[in-house]
Design a protein around this ligand. Structure first.
Ligand code: GAP
Length: 381
């Protein structure tokens, strides 16, 4: 774990928050490559859980809400100490509210707006990505348990008699998502009644083997009609001409824990050319840099200008291309390996003669000479 934390800092994935003042327990900052990795994961989640589907809608609700929201949801009575109290307004107008401990409540509270706007037939769902805050008593294990974190949540509304079918369906989607982003192995744990949240009648924890032991990665819960009922919300079924409270299946994924599981899965130490090396074997679809373009020597203007030309043209076709001419080539490979860049492209003197370049594969370290015109198809997934 220490090695991963140190790589994250060295290469600009994650820094401790307020570090020059000694840090602040439970808070972390994301650097350039951490942001891109996180954005790539969130982008894929949005596609798979929301935008690729006909039955899903997106929403982005406020972090602070009317205090009645978290009172009705049972959070104030069940987790009063764990939620961040905040003062809204000044003077006589002060209202005490809380920073949200889950994005879910924003979805429930806007249920009527979504129904009035889109007139969806059941089953349908609403997805949201956003920050959540919990005053955890013991934040620990890097970004695993923090006080400010991000969630990707779906609330899926269904008739009561169909909840199990949808529970199974989301379970499969979560498993295939874990594979798509390169998480090594996920273990499903049926959570006993004593350990379930107050709103859940069934929960499966998706667990992951972190370096500090097995722990929760994501959760899938059957929230029944608990939340909509508490917010006095219901649904009118036009076909059957009846009004009732839909039941809810909730796949809930923590962004930061996903980033951690992805990093742990990708972290690899091996030997290349007789030298020990460390690299991130990240899935190509989420690697922060898809390919880095180098001039073989940085003090040869003709190589640098050709490398800039290749870089600019490639960047138009593929996102996240980086130009790198720092240090010698060995140093650049080490840096790109630690960022998890799948391909390094070198422009040398032969390039000037015949428009060919070398492409180095991150995992094998092998180099292949191809023509510049073949580059885009080579590095696009
Ligand atoms: N809406 C349901 C819900 O919030 P949860 O199991 O309490 O359920 C869902 O949280 C996910 O949010 C967890 O599986 C985890 O990925 C993430 N999460 C929860 N608390 C966290 C914390 N303190 N730090 C980082 N991630 C956290």
């Amino acid at each position: 774990m220490e090695k991963i934390v140190s790589l994250c800092k060295r290469r600009g994935f994650v820094y401790p928050s307020s570090e020059i003042y000694g840090g602040f327990a439970g808070f972390w900052n994301y650097g350039h490559y951490g942001i891109i990795l996180k954005e790539n994961i969130k982008h894929l989640w949005k596609q798979r859980f929301v935008f690729d589907r006909e039955d899903m809608f997106a929403i982005d609700t406020s972090i602070i809400s009317n205090p009645r929201v978290l009172e009705a949801s049972g959070h104030v009575s069940n987790f009063g100490n764990e939620i961040f109290k905040t003062q809204v307004g000044t003077g006589d107008e002060v209202v005490i509210s809380h920073l949200r401990p889950e994005t879910a409540q924003g979805i429930f509270v806007d249920f009527k707006n979504v129904v009035d706007t889109h007139h969806p037939k059941l089953p349908f769902g609403v997805g949201q990505i956003g920050k959540a805050f919990r005053n955890e008593i013991s934040p620990r294990d890097f970004i695993f348990r923090s006080r400010e974190f991000e969630q990707m949540e779906v609330e899926y509304f269904t008739k009561e008699e169909e909840w199990e079918k949808h529970f199974e369906n989301w379970r499969e989607i979560m498993n295939s998502f874990s594979k798509e982003i390169g998480i090594k192995k996920v273990h499903e744990l049926e959570v006993s009644q004593d350990n379930r949240a107050h709103y859940s009648k069934r929960t499966i924890d998706f667990q992951f083997d972190y370096p500090f032991g097995r722990g929760e990665l994501w959760g899938l819960a059957y929230r029944t009609d608990f939340d909509l009922k508490n917010h006095n919300l219901d649904y009118f079924d036009e076909e059957r001409n009846i009004r009732f409270v839909p039941h809810v299946v909730e796949p809930s994924l923590g962004v930061d824990r996903t980033v951690l599981a992805v990093l742990v899965s990708a972290y690899t130490e091996d030997e290349l050319g007789g030298e020990p090396r460390t690299y991130l074997k990240l899935a190509k679809n989420i690697a922060p840099v898809r390919a880095a373009v180098f001039p073989l020597l940085k003090n040869k203007p003709e190589l640098v200008s050709k490398a800039r030309e290749v870089y600019v043209n490639l960047k138009k076709e593929v996102s996240n291309i980086e130009f790198d001419d720092n240090g010698n080539i060995g140093k650049r490979y080490r840096r790109q390996d630690e960022i998890g860049t799948p391909y390094c492209i070198t422009i040398d003197f032969d390039t000037l003669k015949d428009d060919t370049i070398t492409v180095r594969d991150r995992d094998s370290g092998e180099q292949e000479r191809i023509s510049i015109s073949e580059l885009v198809s080579k590095i696009k997934v």
